[in-house]
Unconditional design. Structure first.
Lengths: 281, 292
């Protein structure tokens, strides 16, 4: 683990001899701060017997948290997929006052700590808040409900959907569109057949990245949600509740489920990107 | 949506500049209005609300929190955590990027994926891993206990959690810059008799300084704002292991709105500074923002 990976190119060995310590620092750091903690989780999970793992993983409260977490994250990332496409389109294709400002604040969710996001969203979307008070007469409650979880997840995952599509749209040649146009394709046909296909890998990557981020999100959701089991309790909050009860086995199993889902999402992202490169690279 | 976006499309015959067609472009302005509305509801109004709420109690309200002992301790702990985490991750990020750049070996893309891994792991799970490793019932718990070392519910745990969460930022910003700079100049410097350190300081570093700075800014912002991982490992002991994000949550649950928003104001200012620096770096150095 601490040695360099094998290579056949002589230039590589030359480089290794010249700067071996950067390798050593990299692997030492990864081992200490990444592999060791991950191994701790996996080893802990392996010490439990399968029946116990299954019982904890399929406990009704646990199932309801997966339900809330994954379903809400999926809805949030799909909404962001559509909104992100429109935002990227507007930012790339149109000129309008305030464009640069809008472009800059897209990254706000990356820069604003999640605790701050949760705090301000829960105030604004509460039934007497700035936006929540408009929704309240219609019987729509956002803060302390699943809808609140959705709003928080949309907030934190939005930049992924914009920033993955934007550069692809920017590099897109307009000749194909113009050709489709001049050959009499309708606006809709041009969009569906000419513009959308090459954007698809980027859109899906953004959705998958946003999903992955939303599934793991804790800070903003814990503040805006009521954290009530079977209603709006998410899996990361359940892990913390289990830890507070010193139920390490429970926390480990749910943590492992979350980890496996995150790794699957990562795999999907890589597959989409590999596919995208093959077809449109 | 797509339909309306083509109301005034690029002319089919002559390649006119986009948006230069005559008449009022309904499609365009509808979409622009949608974007303003959506971003307003999700980003802008919530962000402005932080400033409005923080100044609701006027200057006395702000000063009240600013002079509170626990608030000041939370600020101090947040700054100390960043002061340890950012340099350590800078060394790692530079080493990792230098080991990967302009090289080709089997498993290279796997290593890049491994370095990116912390972005895909829930912060709460990252914290859980550290508790299982160093907590008093964890793998190294008895050993640490016997030697009187405290990692969980103490500063080392908070730092390790922050290191885990922000590990990839610098490597992934610096790596593309190194690739773009190539190796010719470094090789030239080496041929002319420069030592490794001289080459690094005089040749490599100047070519990656903007990307490095960008990575530093992102690492710092994420470290100071990290909540999920720190919650798990810190124990949230007021005046001891409470960072600013934890202070916000506690003040909020105790209906201390002024306290919560004062702390939020500080972190929101950090976010604004981060965004402005990011914007300036993107403009001056041509760094493109990616999905993180």
């Amino acid at each position: 683990m601490t040695s360099s990976p094998p290579s056949s190119s002589p230039g590589f060995w030359h480089q290794i001899l010249h700067a071996p310590w950067t390798w050593r620092v990299t692997w030492f750091y990864l081992t200490l701060f990444l592999f060791l903690p991950m191994a701790a989780l996996v080893l802990k999970a392996l010490t439990l017997n399968p029946a116990e793992i299954w019982r904890i993983a399929t406990d009704p409260v646990a199932i309801s948290t997966y339900n809330v977490t994954f379903f809400t994250a999926l809805v949030a990332s799909i909404i962001n997929g559509f909104a992100g496409l429109i935002i990227a389109w507007v930012l790339v294709r149109y000129e309008f006052p305030g464009k640069r400002f809008l472009d800059a604040i897209i990254d706000l969710p990356f820069a604003l700590p999640t605790a701050v996001a949760g705090l301000t969203l829960s105030t604004i979307y509460s039934s007497n808040g700035l936006i929540g008070s408009f929704l309240d007469p219609f019987g729509i409650k956002v803060s302390f409900t699943r809808l609140g979880v959705l709003v928080a997840m949309i907030f934190i995952a939005l930049p992924f959907s914009v920033r993955t599509v934007q550069p692809v749209l920017q590099d897109m040649e307009s000749e194909m569109e113009e050709a489709a146009w001049s050959m009499g394709a309708s606006q809709w046909q041009t969009f569906l057949r000419v513009i959308l296909p090459p954007l698809m890998p980027a859109i899906l990557t953004g959705v998958a990245m946003g999903f992955s981020r939303a599934v793991g999100e804790y800070g903003s959701v814990v503040i805006i949600a009521g954290n009530i089991p079977f209603q709006d309790l998410i899996a990361p909050v359940l892990i913390i509740q289990r830890l507070e009860q010193f139920d390490y086995a429970g926390a480990t199993v749910i943590g492992t489920v979350l980890l496996l889902i995150s790794l699957s999402a990562l795999l999907v992202i890589n597959l989409i990107q590999a596919r995208g490169r093959r077809f449109y690279g | 949506m797509a339909d309306s976006s083509f109301k005034q499309p690029i002319a089919a015959t002559a390649p006119k500049p986009r948006g230069a067609t005559s008449g009022f472009q309904w499609g365009k302005w509808l979409l622009v209005a949608f974007v303003f509305g959506f971003l307003g509801l999700i980003l802008l109004v919530p962000a402005l609300n932080v400033f409005v709420q923080a100044f609701k109690g006027g200057l006395p309200g702000l000063l009240d929190t600013f002079t509170s002992k626990f608030f000041l301790h939370a600020v101090k702990l947040t700054v100390i955590t960043a002061a340890i985490t950012v340099p350590l991750n800078t060394v790692f990020g530079l080493c990792a990027a230098l080991s990967l750049a302009n090289k080709n070996f089997p498993g290279r893309s796997l290593l890049i994926s491994i370095i990116d891994l912390p972005f895909s792991i829930s912060p709460v799970v990252a914290g859980l891993m550290l508790v299982l490793l160093f907590g008093n019932r964890g793998w190294f718990g008895p050993l640490l206990d016997a030697n009187g070392i405290k990692i969980i519910f103490a500063l080392p745990g908070i730092v390790m959690a922050s290191i885990f969460i922000t590990m990839p930022f610098i490597a992934r910003e610096v790596l593309p810059a190194l690739e773009e700079a190539g190796t010719q100049q470094e090789e030239a410097a080496a041929t002319l008799g420069a030592t490794q350190w001289q080459t690094f300081w005089r040749v490599t570093l100047p070519s990656i300084k903007w990307s490095l700075l960008y990575g530093l800014i992102l690492t710092n912002a994420r470290t100071m704002g990290e909540f999920g991982a720190v919650t798990v490992v810190s124990g949230n002991i007021v005046g001891k292991t409470q960072t600013l994000p934890l202070f916000i949550e506690e003040a909020h649950t105790q209906y201390n709105s002024q306290g919560a928003y004062t702390a939020a104001l500080l972190l929101a200012c950090l976010a604004v500074v981060t965004l402005v620096l990011k914007y300036l770096l993107e403009r001056s150095a041509g760094i493109k923002s990616k999905g993180h």
